[in-house]
Design a binder for this molecule. Structure first.
Ligand SMILES: N[C@@H](CCC(=O)N[C@@H](CS)C(=O)NCC(=O)O)C(=O)O
Length: 239
């Protein structure tokens, strides 16, 4: 079995995957790559993973994906990058168990919620992680105010209806990481976020979520190493 350890600067570019085989370039703790891992798990697609050291990137990463970010997919000599693009591509080439909505209006609704997420929530998540202590109360308020837009958008058991779908998978990675904000006093209360807190419980029961899951302890350990400037991409892996 190939190593899950992250490949870094100076490492030789792995030979391309065989015909018809799918490869994911990833980083074990990357929420964007987790979006794609969730799609792969939900759809039951076989794939191999190459993990990347994003601090000391292998030179060949830029030949595949000029932005030098993960996730990246490779199949039959073709490359696709950007998590949302990767996920739609997966539904296109593996149409079984399609999780992207086929109805144009529903697809538009999901994209609009993701736009709200990007504009009103996610930036504050990262600012809270890296911001100074005296900035946290204001940032925490902006983060939770932004999340109210997402709370209001959840009117069924899942964002995609009665079953989890594209939007659920594309949002989940940051909810799994909410535990990182708890020590700085930011968490979702059941009274202010009844829909989202119940949805999180439902999501945690799904096999695809369990497959791609890291515990709060693992996230905290990675977060600590990342904040200290030396991310440990290989937490829990053997030498
Ligand atoms: N918009 C991109 C964001 C991906 C992203 O930022 N990935 C991070 C890891 S979580 C990355 O590769 N960072 C490396 C860098 O920014 O140089 C997507 O949706 O795929």
């Amino acid at each position: 079995m190939p190593s899950e350890r992250a490949m870094k600067t100076g490492s030789a570019c792995p030979p391309p995957p065989g015909p018809g085989k799918l490869r994911l370039y990833s980083m074990r703790f990357c929420p964007y790559a987790q979006r794609t891992r969730l799609f792969l798990a939900a759809k039951g697609i076989e794939f191999e993973t190459i993990n990347i050291n994003l601090k000391d990137k292998p030179e060949w990463l830029f030949e595949k994906a000029p932005l030098g970010k993960v996730p990246v997919l490779e199949k039959d000599g073709k490359i696709v990058y950007e998590s949302l693009v990767c996920n739609e591509y997966l539904d296109g080439i593996y149409p079984d168990k399609c999780v992207t909505p086929s109805d144009p209006l529903e697809k538009a609704r999901q994209s609009m919620i993701l736009a709200l997420w990007d504009a009103k929530v996610i930036g504050f998540y990262y600012k809270l992680m890296t911001g100074k202590e005296d900035e946290r109360p204001a940032l925490g308020k902006q983060f939770l105010d932004g999340l109210q837009f997402i709370e209001k958008a959840l009117t069924q058991p899942f964002f995609s209806g009665n079953k989890a779908g594209a939007l659920d998978y594309n949002l989940w990675p940051w909810f799994e990481r909410l535990c990182m904000l708890k020590p700085i006093g930011v968490e979702l209360s059941v009274d202010k976020f009844p829909q989202l807190t119940a949805w999180m419980e439902r999501m945690l029961q799904l096999p695809e979520v369990k497959t791609c899951y890291f515990s709060p302890e693992a996230h905290a350990q990675f977060g600590k190493s990342w904040m200290a400037g030396s991310p440990d991409y290989d937490i829990g892996l053997e030498e």
